[in-house]
Ligand binder design. Structure first.
Ligand code: ZN
Length: 133
């Protein structure tokens, strides 16, 4: 891992959150993208080196919908950038961490992603992400 790539924030209403975060950050998001397989629509802001990803559910059985139901809106995950998501996942498995998917999958913003189970990381859901080239 070589950087914090983005911070993911779960929101109930994407249009309302867009207004709030655009006013807060003084800029508009550079991208909106729906990832059908995850049941989520995302908005991205670039804040210096790090991005802010707003996540809203597109259906009631998506992970984001379940997260908000249980814990309310707020920080959902921290994404760590790596140049080799499979290699890093394997290293972490050997360290005893639980990686959620056998193989990295396509995420928003042109990334290959995988996740660490938050139970093994003091309640933090960590995303590993590698830019697709
Ligand atoms: Zn993310």
């Amino acid at each position: 891992m070589n950087k914090i790539e983005h911070i993911g924030i779960a929101v109930r209403d994407l249009a309302e959150a867009r207004q709030t975060f655009s006013r807060f950050l003084g800029q508009e998001p550079y991208k909106e993208e729906t990832v059908e397989s995850e049941g989520v629509t995302t908005l991205f802001y670039q804040v210096g080196e790090v991005k802010i990803e707003l996540l809203a559910a597109t259906r009631s059985d998506s992970a984001i919908a379940r997260f908000i139901e249980k814990r309310g809106e707020g920080i959902h995950h921290i994404a760590f950038g790596t140049s080799d998501v499979e290699g890093e996942s394997e290293r972490l498995r050997q360290q005893g961490f639980v990686i959620l998917n056998d193989r990295a999958k396509a995420g928003a913003d042109n990334m290959l992603i995988n996740f660490l189970h938050p139970k093994g990381l003091h309640g933090v859901l960590a995303e590993l992400c590698q830019e697709k080239n």
